[in-house]
Design a protein around this ligand. Structure first.
Ligand SMILES: [Zn+2]
Ligand SMILES: [Zn+2]
Length: 485
Protein backbone atom coordinates (compact mmCIF):
# COMPACT_ATOMS: atom_id res chain seq x y z
CA UNK A 1 0.00 0.00 0.00
CA UNK A 2 2.23 2.76 -1.13
CA UNK A 3 0.77 6.23 -1.03
CA UNK A 4 -2.85 5.80 0.00
CA UNK A 5 -4.96 8.80 -0.94
CA UNK A 6 -5.15 11.32 1.90
CA UNK A 7 -5.00 10.22 5.51
CA UNK A 8 -7.50 7.47 4.77
CA UNK A 9 -6.83 4.14 6.31
CA UNK A 10 -6.40 1.17 4.05
CA UNK A 11 -5.74 -2.20 5.55
CA UNK A 12 -4.71 -4.74 3.00
CA UNK A 13 -5.04 -8.50 2.76
CA UNK A 14 -7.83 -10.85 1.94
CA UNK A 15 -11.20 -10.00 3.20
CA UNK A 16 -14.85 -10.68 2.91
CA UNK A 17 -16.65 -8.09 4.89
CA UNK A 18 -19.72 -8.61 2.72
CA UNK A 19 -21.35 -10.88 5.21
CA UNK A 20 -20.85 -8.70 8.18
CA UNK A 21 -22.62 -5.60 7.08
CA UNK A 22 -24.77 -6.58 4.17
CA UNK A 23 -28.11 -4.90 4.37
CA UNK A 24 -27.97 -3.71 7.94
CA UNK A 25 -29.73 -0.43 7.81
CA UNK A 26 -28.56 2.40 9.99
CA UNK A 27 -31.79 2.44 11.92
CA UNK A 28 -31.68 -1.28 12.39
CA UNK A 29 -28.20 -1.00 13.72
CA UNK A 30 -29.35 1.46 16.33
CA UNK A 31 -32.14 -0.87 17.35
CA UNK A 32 -29.69 -3.66 17.72
CA UNK A 33 -27.32 -1.37 19.52
CA UNK A 34 -29.87 -0.31 22.06
CA UNK A 35 -31.46 -3.72 22.49
CA UNK A 36 -28.74 -6.16 23.31
CA UNK A 37 -26.06 -3.57 23.58
CA UNK A 38 -28.13 -1.57 26.01
CA UNK A 39 -25.40 0.60 27.30
CA UNK A 40 -23.23 0.18 24.24
CA UNK A 41 -20.83 2.94 24.70
CA UNK A 42 -19.32 4.98 22.00
CA UNK A 43 -16.69 7.45 22.80
CA UNK A 44 -15.70 10.50 20.95
CA UNK A 45 -12.30 11.09 19.48
CA UNK A 46 -10.68 11.80 22.74
CA UNK A 47 -7.18 11.49 23.90
CA UNK A 48 -7.63 8.98 26.66
CA UNK A 49 -5.14 10.55 29.04
CA UNK A 50 -6.78 13.96 28.75
CA UNK A 51 -10.19 12.55 29.39
CA UNK A 52 -8.97 10.82 32.48
CA UNK A 53 -7.57 14.05 33.77
CA UNK A 54 -10.89 15.73 33.36
CA UNK A 55 -13.06 13.03 34.84
CA UNK A 56 -10.93 11.45 37.50
CA UNK A 57 -10.23 13.16 40.74
CA UNK A 58 -6.59 12.46 41.34
CA UNK A 59 -4.90 12.26 44.69
CA UNK A 60 -1.20 13.00 44.89
CA UNK A 61 -0.44 12.37 48.50
CA UNK A 62 -1.74 10.33 51.33
CA UNK A 63 -4.29 12.91 52.39
CA UNK A 64 -7.59 11.19 52.61
CA UNK A 65 -10.92 12.89 52.72
CA UNK A 66 -13.68 11.37 54.67
CA UNK A 67 -16.51 10.42 52.35
CA UNK A 68 -19.87 10.38 54.06
CA UNK A 69 -20.06 9.34 57.65
CA UNK A 70 -19.06 5.73 57.56
CA UNK A 71 -15.49 4.84 56.93
CA UNK A 72 -14.53 1.23 56.83
CA UNK A 73 -11.21 1.51 58.65
CA UNK A 74 -10.33 -2.04 57.75
CA UNK A 75 -10.59 -1.14 54.11
CA UNK A 76 -11.03 2.55 53.41
CA UNK A 77 -11.40 3.34 49.73
CA UNK A 78 -8.49 4.11 47.45
CA UNK A 79 -6.30 6.11 47.26
CA UNK A 80 -5.67 5.38 50.96
CA UNK A 81 -2.82 2.85 51.29
CA UNK A 82 -5.18 0.48 53.09
CA UNK A 83 -7.61 0.83 50.22
CA UNK A 84 -4.92 -0.01 47.70
CA UNK A 85 -3.87 -2.92 49.84
CA UNK A 86 -7.44 -4.18 49.98
CA UNK A 87 -7.90 -3.96 46.24
CA UNK A 88 -4.68 -5.94 45.82
CA UNK A 89 -5.89 -8.54 48.31
CA UNK A 90 -9.13 -9.15 46.48
CA UNK A 91 -7.12 -9.81 43.33
CA UNK A 92 -7.41 -6.74 41.14
CA UNK A 93 -5.29 -6.90 38.00
CA UNK A 94 -2.72 -4.18 37.46
CA UNK A 95 -4.94 -2.40 34.98
CA UNK A 96 -7.87 -2.20 37.40
CA UNK A 97 -5.58 -1.35 40.30
CA UNK A 98 -4.43 1.69 38.40
CA UNK A 99 -7.93 2.45 37.15
CA UNK A 100 -9.55 2.63 40.59
CA UNK A 101 -6.42 3.34 42.65
CA UNK A 102 -6.74 7.09 42.26
CA UNK A 103 -3.02 7.73 42.30
CA UNK A 104 -0.96 9.55 39.78
CA UNK A 105 1.72 7.38 38.25
CA UNK A 106 4.19 7.95 35.48
CA UNK A 107 2.61 5.47 33.15
CA UNK A 108 -0.97 4.29 32.97
CA UNK A 109 -2.70 0.98 32.38
CA UNK A 110 -0.92 -2.21 33.39
CA UNK A 111 2.38 -0.47 33.96
CA UNK A 112 0.85 2.15 36.19
CA UNK A 113 -0.87 -0.60 38.21
CA UNK A 114 2.35 -2.55 38.50
CA UNK A 115 4.13 0.43 40.02
CA UNK A 116 1.27 0.96 42.49
CA UNK A 117 1.52 -2.71 43.43
CA UNK A 118 5.27 -2.41 43.93
CA UNK A 119 4.79 0.60 46.16
CA UNK A 120 2.19 -1.24 48.20
CA UNK A 121 4.48 -4.26 48.58
CA UNK A 122 7.26 -2.03 49.84
CA UNK A 123 4.88 -0.59 52.43
CA UNK A 124 3.62 -4.00 53.47
CA UNK A 125 5.78 -6.98 52.55
CA UNK A 126 3.10 -9.40 53.74
CA UNK A 127 0.84 -8.29 50.93
CA UNK A 128 2.78 -10.23 48.33
CA UNK A 129 2.02 -13.49 50.13
CA UNK A 130 -1.69 -13.23 49.51
CA UNK A 131 -3.22 -15.85 47.32
CA UNK A 132 -4.34 -13.86 44.30
CA UNK A 133 -7.31 -15.34 42.40
CA UNK A 134 -6.82 -16.13 38.71
CA UNK A 135 -9.51 -13.77 37.57
CA UNK A 136 -9.57 -10.10 38.44
CA UNK A 137 -12.93 -9.51 40.16
CA UNK A 138 -13.20 -6.10 38.53
CA UNK A 139 -12.72 -7.05 34.89
CA UNK A 140 -12.35 -10.84 34.70
CA UNK A 141 -9.06 -10.10 32.97
CA UNK A 142 -10.79 -8.32 30.10
CA UNK A 143 -7.96 -5.87 29.67
CA UNK A 144 -5.65 -8.76 28.75
CA UNK A 145 -7.73 -9.12 25.59
CA UNK A 146 -7.47 -5.56 24.34
CA UNK A 147 -4.60 -6.30 21.96
CA UNK A 148 -6.33 -9.39 20.66
CA UNK A 149 -9.60 -7.51 20.11
CA UNK A 150 -7.86 -4.72 18.24
CA UNK A 151 -6.14 -7.32 16.06
CA UNK A 152 -9.54 -8.76 15.19
CA UNK A 153 -11.00 -5.38 14.36
CA UNK A 154 -8.10 -4.61 12.08
CA UNK A 155 -8.32 -8.05 10.51
CA UNK A 156 -12.05 -7.71 9.85
CA UNK A 157 -11.57 -4.34 8.20
CA UNK A 158 -8.74 -5.44 5.98
CA UNK A 159 -8.94 -3.73 2.61
CA UNK A 160 -11.61 -1.35 3.85
CA UNK A 161 -10.93 2.35 3.66
CA UNK A 162 -12.20 4.40 6.57
CA UNK A 163 -11.51 7.58 8.48
CA UNK A 164 -13.86 7.30 11.40
CA UNK A 165 -15.10 4.60 13.68
CA UNK A 166 -17.86 4.25 16.23
CA UNK A 167 -17.26 1.73 18.94
CA UNK A 168 -19.94 -0.20 20.81
CA UNK A 169 -19.06 -2.41 23.75
CA UNK A 170 -21.13 -5.14 25.26
CA UNK A 171 -20.14 -6.35 28.70
CA UNK A 172 -22.29 -8.85 30.64
CA UNK A 173 -24.56 -7.10 33.12
CA UNK A 174 -23.52 -9.16 36.12
CA UNK A 175 -19.88 -8.25 35.62
CA UNK A 176 -20.79 -4.57 35.28
CA UNK A 177 -22.83 -4.76 38.46
CA UNK A 178 -20.22 -6.54 40.56
CA UNK A 179 -17.51 -4.23 39.24
CA UNK A 180 -19.63 -1.23 40.10
CA UNK A 181 -20.16 -2.51 43.64
CA UNK A 182 -16.44 -3.04 44.25
CA UNK A 183 -15.41 0.23 42.64
CA UNK A 184 -18.03 2.24 44.53
CA UNK A 185 -16.94 0.79 47.83
CA UNK A 186 -13.17 0.54 47.41
CA UNK A 187 -12.23 2.61 44.39
CA UNK A 188 -11.09 6.22 44.41
CA UNK A 189 -13.81 8.75 43.82
CA UNK A 190 -14.29 9.49 40.15
CA UNK A 191 -12.75 6.24 38.93
CA UNK A 192 -13.95 5.42 35.45
CA UNK A 193 -16.41 2.54 35.16
CA UNK A 194 -15.37 -0.68 33.49
CA UNK A 195 -17.11 -0.13 30.16
CA UNK A 196 -15.71 3.34 29.58
CA UNK A 197 -12.25 2.21 30.65
CA UNK A 198 -12.43 -0.78 28.35
CA UNK A 199 -13.53 1.38 25.41
CA UNK A 200 -10.74 3.84 26.08
CA UNK A 201 -8.22 1.02 26.22
CA UNK A 202 -9.41 -0.34 22.87
CA UNK A 203 -9.36 3.12 21.32
CA UNK A 204 -5.89 3.81 22.64
CA UNK A 205 -4.61 0.53 21.20
CA UNK A 206 -6.36 1.21 17.87
CA UNK A 207 -4.80 4.66 17.71
CA UNK A 208 -1.41 3.22 18.50
CA UNK A 209 -1.76 0.97 15.44
CA UNK A 210 -3.64 3.37 13.16
CA UNK A 211 -3.14 6.92 14.39
CA UNK A 212 -5.38 8.47 11.68
CA UNK A 213 -8.67 7.07 12.96
CA UNK A 214 -11.20 9.43 14.45
CA UNK A 215 -13.60 7.94 16.97
CA UNK A 216 -16.99 9.53 16.53
CA UNK A 217 -20.46 9.37 18.05
CA UNK A 218 -22.39 9.64 14.81
CA UNK A 219 -21.94 9.16 11.09
CA UNK A 220 -18.92 6.89 11.34
CA UNK A 221 -17.44 5.20 8.29
CA UNK A 222 -17.48 1.94 10.20
CA UNK A 223 -19.31 0.75 13.27
CA UNK A 224 -17.61 -1.81 15.44
CA UNK A 225 -19.23 -3.77 18.23
CA UNK A 226 -17.21 -5.81 20.65
CA UNK A 227 -18.75 -8.49 22.81
CA UNK A 228 -16.57 -8.77 25.87
CA UNK A 229 -18.00 -12.17 26.80
CA UNK A 230 -17.26 -13.96 23.55
CA UNK A 231 -14.64 -11.50 22.23
CA UNK A 232 -16.70 -11.44 19.06
CA UNK A 233 -16.10 -8.41 16.88
CA UNK A 234 -18.74 -7.22 14.43
CA UNK A 235 -18.14 -4.51 11.90
CA UNK A 236 -20.60 -2.61 9.81
CA UNK A 237 -19.18 -0.56 6.96
CA UNK A 238 -21.61 2.30 6.48
CA UNK A 239 -22.87 3.14 3.00
CA UNK A 240 -21.88 6.23 1.04
CA UNK A 241 -24.31 8.27 -1.02
CA UNK A 242 -23.93 9.99 -4.38
CA UNK A 243 -26.42 12.47 -5.75
CA UNK A 244 -26.80 13.02 -9.47
CA UNK A 245 -29.23 13.33 -12.37
CA UNK A 246 -29.74 10.66 -15.01
CA UNK A 247 -30.94 10.81 -18.56
CA UNK A 248 -32.63 7.72 -19.92
CA UNK A 249 -32.12 7.91 -23.64
CA UNK A 250 -33.75 4.63 -24.65
CA UNK A 251 -37.12 3.02 -24.00
CA UNK A 252 -37.68 -0.36 -22.40
CA UNK A 253 -35.47 0.11 -19.37
CA UNK A 254 -36.87 0.09 -15.84
CA UNK A 255 -35.44 2.57 -13.36
CA UNK A 256 -34.61 -0.04 -10.73
CA UNK A 257 -33.85 -3.72 -10.87
CA UNK A 258 -37.00 -5.65 -11.65
CA UNK A 259 -37.12 -9.22 -10.34
CA UNK A 260 -38.14 -12.01 -12.72
CA UNK A 261 -41.88 -12.63 -12.63
CA UNK A 262 -41.51 -16.41 -12.62
CA UNK A 263 -38.84 -16.97 -10.00
CA UNK A 264 -39.07 -13.58 -8.29
CA UNK A 265 -35.31 -13.38 -8.52
CA UNK A 266 -34.83 -16.02 -5.85
CA UNK A 267 -31.99 -18.48 -5.80
CA UNK A 268 -30.15 -18.89 -9.06
CA UNK A 269 -32.97 -17.58 -11.19
CA UNK A 270 -34.91 -19.72 -13.65
CA UNK A 271 -35.12 -20.64 -17.30
CA UNK A 272 -37.23 -17.70 -18.34
CA UNK A 273 -34.77 -15.18 -16.94
CA UNK A 274 -31.76 -17.27 -17.97
CA UNK A 275 -30.56 -17.40 -14.43
CA UNK A 276 -30.34 -13.65 -14.01
CA UNK A 277 -33.31 -13.36 -11.67
CA UNK A 278 -34.29 -10.25 -13.60
CA UNK A 279 -37.33 -9.50 -15.73
CA UNK A 280 -35.36 -6.88 -17.62
CA UNK A 281 -31.65 -7.46 -18.02
CA UNK A 282 -30.89 -3.77 -17.81
CA UNK A 283 -31.97 -1.07 -15.42
CA UNK A 284 -30.97 2.53 -14.86
CA UNK A 285 -29.88 1.38 -11.41
CA UNK A 286 -27.37 -1.14 -12.75
CA UNK A 287 -26.15 0.82 -15.75
CA UNK A 288 -25.19 3.52 -13.24
CA UNK A 289 -24.44 1.25 -10.29
CA UNK A 290 -22.23 -1.41 -11.89
CA UNK A 291 -19.30 0.91 -12.69
CA UNK A 292 -19.69 2.47 -9.24
CA UNK A 293 -19.63 -0.93 -7.56
CA UNK A 294 -16.49 -1.86 -9.47
CA UNK A 295 -14.83 1.48 -8.77
CA UNK A 296 -15.54 1.48 -5.05
CA UNK A 297 -15.34 -2.26 -4.40
CA UNK A 298 -18.90 -2.17 -3.11
CA UNK A 299 -21.20 -5.06 -2.40
CA UNK A 300 -24.39 -3.61 -3.88
CA UNK A 301 -26.34 -0.44 -4.56
CA UNK A 302 -29.76 0.95 -3.79
CA UNK A 303 -31.32 3.44 -6.14
CA UNK A 304 -33.53 6.30 -4.96
CA UNK A 305 -35.06 8.39 -7.73
CA UNK A 306 -37.11 11.56 -7.60
CA UNK A 307 -40.10 9.64 -8.87
CA UNK A 308 -39.79 7.33 -11.85
CA UNK A 309 -40.85 7.21 -15.46
CA UNK A 310 -42.56 4.18 -17.01
CA UNK A 311 -40.31 1.60 -18.61
CA UNK A 312 -41.25 2.79 -22.12
CA UNK A 313 -40.73 6.48 -21.33
CA UNK A 314 -37.47 8.29 -21.94
CA UNK A 315 -36.17 10.92 -19.54
CA UNK A 316 -34.29 13.71 -21.30
CA UNK A 317 -33.26 17.29 -20.59
CA UNK A 318 -31.08 17.72 -17.54
CA UNK A 319 -32.27 14.37 -16.24
CA UNK A 320 -34.00 13.00 -13.18
CA UNK A 321 -32.42 13.60 -9.75
CA UNK A 322 -31.44 10.45 -7.87
CA UNK A 323 -29.37 9.28 -4.95
CA UNK A 324 -27.28 6.15 -5.33
CA UNK A 325 -26.61 4.36 -2.07
CA UNK A 326 -23.36 2.41 -2.22
CA UNK A 327 -23.37 -0.47 0.21
CA UNK A 328 -20.33 -1.79 1.98
CA UNK A 329 -17.74 0.06 -0.10
CA UNK A 330 -14.10 -0.83 0.30
CA UNK A 331 -13.13 2.50 -1.20
CA UNK A 332 -15.02 5.45 0.25
CA UNK A 333 -13.45 8.26 -1.67
CA UNK A 334 -13.07 8.39 -5.39
CA UNK A 335 -12.87 11.05 -8.05
CA UNK A 336 -16.44 11.81 -9.06
CA UNK A 337 -15.35 13.24 -12.40
CA UNK A 338 -13.68 9.95 -13.29
CA UNK A 339 -16.63 8.04 -11.98
CA UNK A 340 -19.00 10.08 -14.11
CA UNK A 341 -16.93 9.25 -17.20
CA UNK A 342 -16.94 5.56 -16.31
CA UNK A 343 -20.72 5.56 -15.90
CA UNK A 344 -21.25 7.53 -19.09
CA UNK A 345 -19.18 5.11 -21.12
CA UNK A 346 -20.90 2.03 -19.68
CA UNK A 347 -23.97 2.26 -21.90
CA UNK A 348 -23.97 5.74 -23.46
CA UNK A 349 -26.82 4.91 -25.84
CA UNK A 350 -29.11 4.25 -22.93
CA UNK A 351 -28.21 6.04 -19.71
CA UNK A 352 -26.04 9.02 -18.87
CA UNK A 353 -25.50 10.94 -15.65
CA UNK A 354 -24.47 14.45 -14.74
CA UNK A 355 -23.97 16.68 -11.67
CA UNK A 356 -22.61 13.89 -9.45
CA UNK A 357 -21.80 14.95 -5.92
CA UNK A 358 -21.40 13.34 -2.53
CA UNK A 359 -24.45 13.54 -0.31
CA UNK A 360 -25.93 12.10 2.87
CA UNK A 361 -28.54 9.58 3.84
CA UNK A 362 -30.99 12.37 4.59
CA UNK A 363 -30.88 13.36 0.91
CA UNK A 364 -32.56 10.07 0.08
CA UNK A 365 -35.84 11.14 1.64
CA UNK A 366 -35.45 14.69 0.36
CA UNK A 367 -35.08 13.44 -3.21
CA UNK A 368 -37.84 10.87 -2.86
CA UNK A 369 -40.26 13.36 -1.38
CA UNK A 370 -39.64 16.28 -3.71
CA UNK A 371 -42.59 16.99 -5.98
CA UNK A 372 -41.75 19.14 -8.94
CA UNK A 373 -43.37 20.22 -12.17
CA UNK A 374 -42.38 18.32 -15.26
CA UNK A 375 -42.38 18.96 -18.98
CA UNK A 376 -43.28 16.22 -21.43
CA UNK A 377 -43.70 15.56 -25.11
CA UNK A 378 -46.28 12.97 -26.10
CA UNK A 379 -47.20 11.51 -29.49
CA UNK A 380 -50.42 9.65 -30.24
CA UNK A 381 -52.50 8.38 -33.11
CA UNK A 382 -56.12 8.93 -34.06
CA UNK A 383 -58.36 7.78 -36.87
CA UNK A 384 -60.62 9.91 -39.01
CA UNK A 385 -58.78 13.12 -38.08
CA UNK A 386 -60.75 16.37 -37.87
CA UNK A 387 -59.28 19.50 -39.53
CA UNK A 388 -55.80 20.39 -38.33
CA UNK A 389 -56.59 23.83 -36.86
CA UNK A 390 -59.51 22.35 -34.96
CA UNK A 391 -57.18 19.73 -33.41
CA UNK A 392 -54.60 22.38 -32.51
CA UNK A 393 -57.21 24.67 -30.92
CA UNK A 394 -58.80 21.86 -28.97
CA UNK A 395 -55.51 20.64 -27.50
CA UNK A 396 -54.37 24.20 -26.70
CA UNK A 397 -57.67 24.72 -24.87
CA UNK A 398 -56.40 22.31 -22.19
CA UNK A 399 -53.64 24.72 -21.19
CA UNK A 400 -54.25 25.96 -17.63
CA UNK A 401 -56.98 23.40 -17.00
CA UNK A 402 -57.17 21.46 -13.73
CA UNK A 403 -57.65 17.76 -14.47
CA UNK A 404 -59.56 15.32 -12.35
CA UNK A 405 -57.80 12.01 -12.56
CA UNK A 406 -59.02 8.81 -11.02
CA UNK A 407 -56.26 6.35 -10.22
CA UNK A 408 -55.49 4.77 -13.62
CA UNK A 409 -56.45 1.18 -14.19
CA UNK A 410 -52.83 0.29 -14.98
CA UNK A 411 -51.66 1.25 -11.50
CA UNK A 412 -54.80 0.58 -9.47
CA UNK A 413 -53.38 -2.73 -8.22
CA UNK A 414 -50.59 -0.76 -6.54
CA UNK A 415 -52.35 2.35 -5.36
CA UNK A 416 -55.55 3.14 -3.54
CA UNK A 417 -58.28 4.47 -5.77
CA UNK A 418 -58.80 8.20 -5.42
CA UNK A 419 -59.35 11.24 -7.57
CA UNK A 420 -56.50 13.70 -7.97
CA UNK A 421 -56.65 17.25 -9.21
CA UNK A 422 -53.64 18.17 -11.31
CA UNK A 423 -53.02 21.33 -13.27
CA UNK A 424 -51.80 21.54 -16.85
CA UNK A 425 -49.53 24.55 -16.55
CA UNK A 426 -49.02 25.06 -20.27
CA UNK A 427 -49.28 23.37 -23.66
CA UNK A 428 -47.07 24.07 -26.64
CA UNK A 429 -45.79 22.81 -29.98
CA UNK A 430 -48.88 20.99 -31.15
CA UNK A 431 -47.96 19.24 -34.39
CA UNK A 432 -50.42 17.36 -36.58
CA UNK A 433 -48.78 14.87 -38.88
CA UNK A 434 -51.57 13.16 -40.76
CA UNK A 435 -53.02 10.65 -38.26
CA UNK A 436 -50.29 11.30 -35.71
CA UNK A 437 -50.36 14.17 -33.29
CA UNK A 438 -47.67 15.40 -30.95
CA UNK A 439 -47.54 18.15 -28.35
CA UNK A 440 -45.54 19.32 -25.37
CA UNK A 441 -46.86 20.27 -21.98
CA UNK A 442 -45.76 21.32 -18.54
CA UNK A 443 -47.80 20.03 -15.62
CA UNK A 444 -47.92 19.53 -11.91
CA UNK A 445 -46.09 16.67 -10.22
CA UNK A 446 -48.12 13.49 -10.28
CA UNK A 447 -50.08 14.16 -13.46
CA UNK A 448 -50.84 10.98 -15.41
CA UNK A 449 -49.89 12.20 -18.88
CA UNK A 450 -50.83 9.16 -20.98
CA UNK A 451 -54.24 9.23 -19.29
CA UNK A 452 -54.59 12.92 -20.09
CA UNK A 453 -54.42 11.90 -23.75
CA UNK A 454 -56.47 8.68 -23.94
CA UNK A 455 -58.69 9.50 -20.89
CA UNK A 456 -58.41 5.99 -19.39
CA UNK A 457 -62.02 5.22 -20.28
CA UNK A 458 -63.24 8.51 -18.95
CA UNK A 459 -61.34 8.38 -15.66
CA UNK A 460 -59.43 11.54 -16.57
CA UNK A 461 -61.58 14.63 -17.20
CA UNK A 462 -61.13 16.55 -19.40
CA UNK A 463 -58.78 14.78 -21.81
CA UNK A 464 -57.43 15.12 -25.33
CA UNK A 465 -59.84 12.36 -26.29
CA UNK A 466 -62.79 14.34 -24.93
CA UNK A 467 -61.83 17.64 -26.60
CA UNK A 468 -61.15 16.22 -30.06
CA UNK A 469 -63.77 13.50 -29.73
CA UNK A 470 -61.57 10.70 -31.09
CA UNK A 471 -60.02 7.56 -29.61
CA UNK A 472 -56.34 8.32 -28.97
CA UNK A 473 -53.63 5.69 -29.01
CA UNK A 474 -50.46 6.85 -27.28
CA UNK A 475 -47.34 6.10 -29.33
CA UNK A 476 -44.66 7.38 -27.03
CA UNK A 477 -43.93 9.75 -24.19
CA UNK A 478 -40.76 11.59 -23.20
CA UNK A 479 -39.99 13.48 -20.04
CA UNK A 480 -38.35 16.65 -21.38
CA UNK A 481 -37.48 18.25 -18.09
CA UNK A 482 -37.92 17.78 -14.37
CA UNK A 483 -38.04 21.26 -12.87
CA UNK A 484 -36.24 20.41 -9.64
CA UNK A 485 -33.07 21.18 -7.71
ZN1 LIG B 1 -8.98 -6.08 36.12
ZN1 LIG C 1 -36.48 -16.14 -13.25
Amino acid sequence: MDAPPSPLVILMSEDDSKETSNGVDEDEWHLYASADYGAAESLENSEPSKEEEIDVEWFDGDDFYQQGDSIDWDAPPCPAPLGIAHVIKIGACDHCLHRIGGRRTQSSGFEGGASLRKEAFSRDAGLSDFDIPDLCPLCENLFDDVGNIVERIIETLEETQFRSMQLGIHIPKDLLQSEDAIRTKHGARGSKPLKASFAIAIQAEMLRKIPEIAFVKEYPDVMVTVDALTLRVDTDVRPVFIYGRYEKLARGIPQTRWPCRSCRGRGDGCESCEGTGLQYRESVQDIIGDPVKADMGAFDTSFHGMGREDIDVRCLGSGRPFVLEIKNPKIRETDLGDLESKINSNNPEKVKVNSLKWCHKKDVSRVKETRSEKSYTIRFKIEDAPPEDQIIDSINSLSGVVLEQETPKRVSHRRAAKTRKRKIVSISDVVVDDQEIQFSLRCEAGTYVKELVHSDEGRTVPSVKSVIDRECEVLWLDVDEIHAD
